[in-house]
Ligand binder design. Structure first.
Ligand code: HEC
Length: 119
């Protein structure tokens, strides 16, 4: 019973946080502990220098999606899914494979808040 309540709470929070999940997509069950972390934006900025070599400010380049301004829920869900190899992409699986929960939260907080990204 308690387990069921916890599970449904988790799903509701997940749906609220992630605009990207559609009913027909593979369900990505991001752990509650990860979703509730508060990301450190400055640490995220530090970590993001690697990401920005591929993810450029202006839209897609060579099939690399723009991640600027995506919601925190979308970013966390995507990074978690690559790390756990739920989402198939070798490049991003390798990138996310080294990230701790704290680092995912920090990167998501940074990219979500990135308003003027000029590089
Ligand atoms: C070597 C190039 C490269 C680097 C470095 C890189 N990415 Fe990516 N990233 C990609 C590619 C290519 C995709 C598209 C993968 C796919 O089709 O699923 C992607 C996808 C993503 C997505 C999903 C976007 C979407 O719209 O679905 C997120 C979020 C993301 N990357 C975040 C990051 C973060 C954060 C970092 C730094 C830790 C990073 N990436 C580093 C190439 C890179």
């Amino acid at each position: 019973m308690l387990k069921q309540i916890l599970l449904s709470t988790k799903i509701i929070i997940m749906v609220l946080l992630s605009g990207q999940i559609h009913a027909d997509e593979v369900k990505i069950d991001v752990p509650f502990e990860l979703l509730e972390l508060i990301g450190d934006v400055e640490y995220g900025e530090y970590l993001a220098s690697d990401c920005k070599t591929c993810h450029k400010a202006n839209g897609e380049s060579g099939g690399i999606p723009n991640i600027h301004g995506k919601s925190m829920g979308e970013l966390i869900t995507a990074l978690y899914a690559y790390r756990e190899k739920i989402k198939p992409n070798p490049v991003m699986q390798m990138q996310a494979g080294r990230l701790s929960d704290e680092e995912i939260a920090a990167l998501a907080a940074y990219f979500e808040n990135l308003i003027n990204w000029e590089e």
